[in-house]
Design a protein around this ligand. Structure first.
Ligand code: ZN
Length: 443
């Protein structure tokens, strides 16, 4: 009964549900639980209720099946064969084993790096990596969504890649694959080959600013990678920090960092909360420009606005960097990408969440904005999230003997997608392209 509402979102207990549970804070948990429709909670209550009704009616009609030993034995055999009642327990124990193995591995490599010494031919400049959250590419106007929710990305001089695939379908699963140079065959991260360690090994100073939850130093693989940075700033530090911080709060840390003089290149990572469900809680501090006539599209309107807010955040990051460039002449490069997409669920209101996997879950935006860029370029090329760390290394001019040469921005499709097409083909849900809210907007 207790697990049933969670099962609605995550299915049977597995590594993903367990590690996400470990990584959450009370604020996030409340939001998560409030996303589950009331219908699902009612169904869970039915579990003990139906048992009770069966028992009472058995007593009332004096059926009392528990007095018939043959009947009990037959039922038991039947249940064991058909339902395997230990399945749930077995899945939970397995998930626990995998989670603890992963965390052990993470701790083992927490301070260790196997990159050795690297070089960089980068000039003394700033690299800003903005990590988006739950942002589907097809909801960005600059990627073709009909509502003009990305005025900045539409016009900024940039390289826009159409075809980057995420490293997984949920935050931890994807980012551990994208921010470490993991194994490509079985899609596993290698924490001793992290992006942060790689940058540091090349003499690049590293900063991590985050609006995502943090409980303890090594509690989640992402905070484990973050903590390798030279300097760390978490808006949510502590299990009971329920505050709903806006991503805009990340900017003052960025400003503070770039105002410091530096004689070496810097990598500054901004881990946003982006469009994380509940998207309506993400857009409380921006004007509602997309009011819909039909309540069915209320949540989608929030989601479309969360992308608009992301566009605005990127614009503000860009202007902070541009101002510094004007003052000091220090050039910069900004990359924005998202960790994974989401799936539409249809109840009385259409929602977007991580309940299940969409065939569009892996389709994420990738945009690079260089201070010296003179035009906007769009590249249609299939790129793998599993090679993202290699691509970011190239971006920062890093050379290391253990690193494969890989360019995210050469416009060439990868010859190998490491089995992703089969993974997507195996997703049973029908394709759910972006839903245009234009016909439902109030004038
Ligand atoms: Zn995510």
């Amino acid at each position: 009964m207790l697990y049933a509402p969670v099962a609605y979102v995550y299915g049977l207990p597995d590594y993903q549900s367990l590690i996400s549970l470990l990584a959450t804070n009370t604020g996030e948990a409340t939001e998560f639980l409030s996303q589950i429709p009331a219908k699902v909670y009612l169904k869970s209550i039915l579990i003990p209720l139906l048992a009770l009704i069966s028992f009472i009616s058995a007593c009332y009609f004096e059926i009392k099946p528990w007095k018939n030993k043959t009947f009990i034995l037959l039922s038991l055999v039947c249940f064991l064969l058909v339902l395997e009642p230990t399945f749930f327990v077995r899945k939970t124990i397995n998930a626990g084993k995998v989670a603890s193995e992963q965390l052990k591995e993470l701790e083992k490599f927490s301070k260790q790096s196997n990159w050795g010494v690297s070089k960089t031919d980068s000039e003394n400049k700033d690299y800003v990596l903005i990590i988006g959250e739950s942002a589907r590419k097809d909801y960005f106007h600059n990627y073709g969504y009909p509502v003009s929710n990305t005025p900045f990305l539409d016009s900024v001089n940039s390289i826009q890649v159409n075809g980057l695939k995420s490293g997984g379908t949920y935050t931890i699963g994807s980012l551990t694959n994208m921010l470490t140079d993991g194994t490509k065959k079985d899609w596993k991260p290698r924490y001793d080959y992290s992006l942060i360690d790689l940058a540091k090994s090349a003499g690049i100073k590293t900063y991590w600013i985050s609006n995502q939850g943090l409980i303890g130093r090594w509690d989640t693989p992402i905070s484990g990678i973050a903590y390798k940075s030279d300097k760390i700033y978490f808006l949510n530090s502590g299990k009971y920090d329920d505050a709903n911080h806006s991503d805009f709060k990340l900017l003052r840390f960025l400003k503070h960092i770039v105002e410091e003089k530096s004689s070496v290149p810097r990598l500054i990572v901004l881990h946003t909360i982006g469009s994380h469900p509940d998207a309506c809680r993400r857009v409380l501090d921006i004007k509602n420009t997309y009011i819909v006539k039909d309540h069915k599209y209320d949540y989608l309107s929030c989601y479309v606005r969360s992308i608009q807010k992301t566009d605005n955040l990127i614009q503000r990051v860009y202007s902070i960097m541009k101002n510094e460039e004007k003052k000091t002449g220090r050039s910069f490069s900004i990359i924005y990408f998202s960790d994974h997409g989401q799936i539409h669920t249809h109840t009385s209101e259409i929602k977007l969440n991580n309940n299940s996997t969409s065939k569009f879950h892996y389709d994420i935006p990738l945009i690079r904005m260089d201070s010296e860029a003179k035009e906007k370029m769009v590249l249609n090329s299939e790129k793998s999230g599993l090679r993202f760390t290699q691509g970011l290394a190239k971006w920062m001019g890093i050379k290391n003997p253990k690193l494969e040469d890989y360019d995210l921005f050469d416009g060439k499709s990868d010859p190998n997608d490491f089995g992703l097409k089969d993974k997507i083909a195996a997703i049973k849900n029908p394709p759910d392209p972006a839903i245009d809210i234009t016909p439902f907007l109030k004038k």
